[in-house]
Structures are given as structure tokens and as C-alpha cells.
Write a protein that binds this ligand. Structure first.
Ligand code: MLT
Length: 272
């Protein structure tokens, strides 16, 4: 039986995926969170869009309240989980928004299952793979986490994802995100770091994307800088781009009103 609500569990691809699903009407809108967060990072989008249409957020395997198994994580596995979840919920097509790692997952899913997407939103993300130095940094981070746990990692990570103004004036949001990072199982963080280091580039696929695409990026994003968004915009014919002032990597949290307004305008402009 299909139910609407919060913290619902569905068994797909060998794991339990926890999701929220509210609202009715129109093609469902689904949000894919970044690393190492959970579906709560989309609270401001979920509450806004559920008044207008059906909205889903979910915890990627191992994160939040979703379980993991022994399989090696990878963008393709995460993307398969997403599509199998849509199958289980009998949803044929979605408008999907992915932030950062959520965007990597979405680019993988769109290249293999284009028929499942009416439109996409690529937020604070990029199509490139890790450079050799980037991979090395991930491996060093894994060693650090194995040796001493998540505390230092969480502290450093949070400083990198918010802009200075948010760190100063949005302390509640900063603390909430830090808690999410600290609550994530160490094993999940490590396996996702491996998955990020091993991910394939998706830039060569971008010219095949022919559905409406919105690209959003915080102007001060240091992890996936605006130049990466501009690059994707140049490759995806049917794309629009908005660079969000007063935000870094977590533009949906740091400037949620601007983020939501931009998405709302994009969705209103779609044909159905
Ligand atoms: C994310 O926010 O998902 C990650 O920072 C992405 C990355 O490290 O490449």
C-alpha cells in the first residue's frame, strides 16, 4: 500500500530507504542530499513545495535513517537506489534536484535513465571527477576519521560549506548541519568518501541532456565553485543558471528564499 507522510521506509536494492512524501498534484519533485548530510537539509524546500505539489526527500543509503549493506558505495549504486525507489513508489517521472553529491548521483541517473526525468536542478555541483590531489585528500581524510572519529572532520567540513556571513549570522543552521554530520555513522562517511574519490566524470554526457535544467550555485561556493556551474550551463543546451549571492556550498539553506523562488519560477515555466 502506498502512503504519504514522513519517515516512511521502503525496501529497495537490498537496503531500507527512509523518505518523506507529502503534497499532491503535478509531476513529483524529489530532492537528493549532499555528502555527508541527510534529507533534513531540504526541510525549507520540503515545507515550501509541499503546498504546491507532491514532494519527496530521502536519506541516501547509510545516511540519516536509511540502512546500508556490504556493497561498495558508488554514484551508480546510489542512482540505482533512487530509480528503484521510484519504481517501488510507482512514480514514472520526476523533477529532481540534487545538491553536490546529490548532483553527482543525479547526473549518473539522468545519463542511464533519462526517461525518468521531466526536468532537473543541479545545485552546487559539478561534472568533473576528482583530480589525483583531490583523491589523495579524500584518502587522508579517511585515515584521519579511522584514527580519531568524526569530530575534527565535522568541524572543518562545516567551516568549508558555509560562507563567512552564514557562519556568523546563521549559527543555528551551522549547528544543525554539524549535528547531522556527527550523527552519520563513521563507516558511511568512509564509504561515501571512497565513492566520491572513485566517481567518473560526467562532463562528456552533458550534451545529451535535453530536458529543462536549472543550475544553481552559491556565489562563494569553494567546493563546487560557480565556474563549474557555468561550465555545465555551457554544455547543457536547455539550461538556465542562477548564481546565488550570500551563499557558499549550501545555497538551499543559506539563502533558502532565493533558492526556492528560483526553483518555483523554473517549475512554473515547465509545460505541464
Ligand atoms: C557534497 O557536499 O556532497 C560534497 O562536498 C561533494 C564533494 O566533496 O565532492
Amino acid at each position: 500500500m502506498l502512503v504519504n507522510g514522513k519517515d516512511i521506509t521502503v525496501h529497495v536494492n537490498g537496503v531500507s530507504i527512509c523518505y518523506d512524501d507529502l503534497g499532491t498534484g503535478r509531476t513529483p519533485l524529489i530532492f537528493i542530499h549532499g555528502f555527508p548530510f541527510d534529507k533534513s537539509m531540504w526541510n525549507k524546500q520540503f515545507d515550501f513545495f509541499k503546498e504546491k505539489q507532491r514532494v519527496l526527500t530521502y536519506d541516501i543509503r547509510g545516511f540519516g535513517k536509511s540502512t546500508s549493506n556490504q556493497e561498495d558505495a558508488g554514484m551508480a549504486l546510489y542512482a540505482d537506489d533512487l530509480v528503484k525507489m521510484l519504481d517501488a513508489l510507482q512514480i514514472q517521472k520526476v523533477i529532481a534536484c540534487g545538491l553536490s553529491m546529490g548532483g553527482y548521483i543525479l547526473l549518473d541517473a539522468v545519463s542511464r535513465y533519462p526517461e525518468r526525468f521531466e526536468a532537473i536542478v543541479l545545485s552546487d555541483t559539478q561534472c568533473i571527477a576528482d583530480s589525483p590531489e583531490g583523491k589523495e585528500k579524500r584518502f587522508k581524510t579517511i585515515e584521519m576519521i579511522q584514527a580519531e572519529g568524526l569530530n575534527n572532520f565535522a568541524e572543518g567540513f562545516v567551516k568549508n560549506v558555509f560562507c563567512a556571513e552564514s557562519l556568523e549570522n546563521k549559527k543555528d543552521e551551522v549547528e544543525k548541519i554539524k549535528k547531522v554530520v556527527l550523527d552519520t555513522p563513521k563507516e558511511t562517511v568512509i564509504s561515501a568518501l571512497m565513492a566520491l574519490a572513485n566517481r567518473n566524470e560526467r562532463c562528456t554526457d552533458l550534451s545529451n541532456i535535453d530536458i529543462p535544467t536549472l543550475i544553481l550555485c552559491g556565489k562563494e561556493d569553494k567546493i563546487t565553485p560557480p565556474a563549474q556551474s557555468e561550465f555545465m550551463h555551457g554544455k547543457i543546451a536547455n539550461s538556465k543558471i542562477t548564481i546565488i549571492e550570500g551563499a557558499a556550498h549550501l545555497s538551499n539553506i543559506e539563502q533558502h528564499e532565493k533558492f526556492n523562488a528560483s526553483m518555483k519560477e523554473f517549475i512554473s515555466g515547465l509545460s505541464k
